[in-house]
Design a protein around this ligand. Sequence first.
Ligand SMILES: [Zn+2]
Length: 108
Amino acid sequence: MCNEKISDENLQLKLEDPIEYYLKNIEDPEIMAELRWEDPYFYDYILRLHFINEMQNHENIYRCPECRGNIITDIDSGEEYCTCCGLVTRTHYPYVAGQRLMLDYGLK
Ligand SMILES: [Zn+2]
């Protein structure tokens, strides 16, 4: 096993915050293969965390799901909407008169 490639900074992170360390190096097949061999349960845990992170990142919508136009945030209302077709993708008020807004069809 060769650890010479790991820099001091990386090694320190590995000791202090192994979760952060492996999430940072998740694209490194050598490091991940080593973890999988040494601690398969922790390896699974890291993959799950990575998956959750990915899902959360996809929540940020910058393209309109309908027309691929740009999504901008209205400063006054805080609503996010498409500059092309006016589709509202997110608003601070998810409920109107007790009924959940159908954001998919909410036009500005
Ligand atoms: Zn649009």
